[in-house]
Design a protein around this ligand. Structure first.
Ligand code: SF4
Length: 418
């Protein structure tokens, strides 16, 4: 077989990486390219300047150079296009080739950093070694200050995963599926206990490094943007309740920065054990909204589960906050001028910022409906759930058709519209 050019490899390995949604860069320590150790400047920065965002055809953000080191894999996970039994073109970069590409793309201002994952070649340790080598060359030989997200291989030695965290801003270990039984069925070579064990070790390393930096200013950083994971949605029968329960357990047990949800995409030559259709993308969106409610609005996983339909899934036509409020109408209307912050955060249509402004301005005067209207995109959505000095809903909150009044109207797009 003729040797592949870098461009051909890039085409294959960037395409193979697009199924991983956990690429967002956030929360890391700021690093700029000024003033390197030898009086020279470094390369790259994490300070948000000159970032070129690009999107894959399926809408996923690829503003980082998002590639696999290789799409050869000795595992056979049914949902994965790179599994060993998949009939796809294969390619493999050397660590030096990934380094050269990253630097070249960064200098052209195409990317803000590198998101590097890999199929498992030879062995988990061999693969992990190669991933770490990319990060080492970038950081040590080129003084690269940009963002690096390394996907780690849970089966690799803990010491290698630790090395990854010393070079990378973020490390992630995919739990892949919401239930252990789903993992056993769809990823027979993977082991749920091993995945969680690796996450636990990363958490311990994060805590230790943070503690060391409190005592010693020059103690090495360890993955300052923390660890994250990804769960595939819709490849097995797990409901949104199962997914929310699993995500909240992962946040609590392993101090994860983010859990990403990736709607399963049917892949070429899909295995017969997978559903034929992808779940609606809006399901992924509803899960992100529920994740947001738990992280910023004080909802407990049980609250989100209460917002689900009898089949255990969140409604697709309305957001989970509105779904919860419609089920628990007894908690409304809340008086905007007296309610606690927690109560206000439960009002559909009021965001964290709007609630902050309400709390600040009601110290000076009693708020009217118009005042609240200025803080929200849709006062229609908020009105049934609040009282103000000039507004007190009488029957509106209890109307049987309230859901249809508040659900966003679906609009038929014109086929030949300009
Ligand atoms: S180990 Fe990773 S790359 Fe290999 S088949 Fe499974 S999901 Fe795909």
């Amino acid at each position: 077989m003729a040797a592949q050019s870098i461009l051909q490899k890039l085409e294959i390995l960037a395409d193979a990486a697009k199924y991983d949604a956990s690429c967002a860069s956030s929360g890391t320590a700021k690093r700029n390219s000024m003033g390197g150790p030898n009086g020279r400047g470094g390369i790259g920065s994490t300070e948000g300047m000159g970032i070129c965002h690009a999107y894959a055809p399926d809408g996923r953000c690829i503003s980082l150079l998002k590639i696999l080191l290789t799409n050869h894999c000795v595992f056979d996970c049914h949902y994965c296009v790179n599994r060993k039994s998949s009939n796809v073109a294969r390619a493999r970069f050397t660590p030096q080739e990934v380094v050269d590409l990253t630097l070249a793309f960064y200098r052209r201002n195409y990317i803000e950093g590198l998101f590097l994952s890999s199929g498992i070649v030879k062995s988990s340790n061999h693969t992990m070694e190669q991933l770490v080598e990319v990060a080492r060359i970038l950081r040590e030989e080129h003084d690269f200050r940009g963002y690096i997200h390394l996907k780690t291989i849970p089966e690799a030695d803990a010491e290698m995963v630790h090395q990854a965290g010393l070079y990378a801003d973020r490390v992630s270990i995919n739990v892949e599926l919401p239930t252990d039984s789903g993992l056993t069925r769809l990823a027979p070579d993977k082991n749920a206990a091993q995945i969680e064990g690796a996450m636990g070790k990363v958490k311990a390393d994060l805590v230790e490094a943070k503690d060391a930096r409190k005592r010693f200013r020059h103690a090495p950083r360890f993955a300052p943007a923390g660890q994250s994971t990804q769960m595939i949605v819709g490849a097995d029968a797990a409901t949104d309740s199962d997914i929310v329960g699993k995500a909240s357990r992962l946040y609590d047990s392993f101090g994860l920065r983010r859990v990403y949800y990736s709607a399963f995409s049917p892949i070429p030559d899909a295995s017969a054990v997978l559903p034929l259709k992808r779940p609606p993308l809006i399901r992924e969106h509803r899960l992100y909204q529920s994740d947001w409610l738990m992280r910023f609005y004080g909802y407990k996983p049980a609250d989100v589960m209460q917002a689900t339909e009898p089949d255990g899934n969140l409604p697709l036509d309305i957001d989970p906050k509105l779904a919860w409020a419609l089920k628990f109408r007894g908690a409304f209307p809340v008086d905007v001028n007296r309610a606690s912050k927690e109560q206000l955060l439960r009002v559909p249509g009021l965001g964290v910022k709007a609630v902050g402004k309400i709390l600040a301005s009601r110290r000076h005067r009693a708020l009217r409906l118009d005042d609240v209207a200025r803080l929200t995109l849709s006062i229609t959505k908020v009105r049934p759930f609040i009282c103000t000095v000039d507004w007190r809903p009488v029957l509106l909150t209890d109307r049987a058709d309230l859901r249809s009044l508040l659900a966003p109207k679906t609009e038929q797009l014109e086929l030949f519209a300009a």
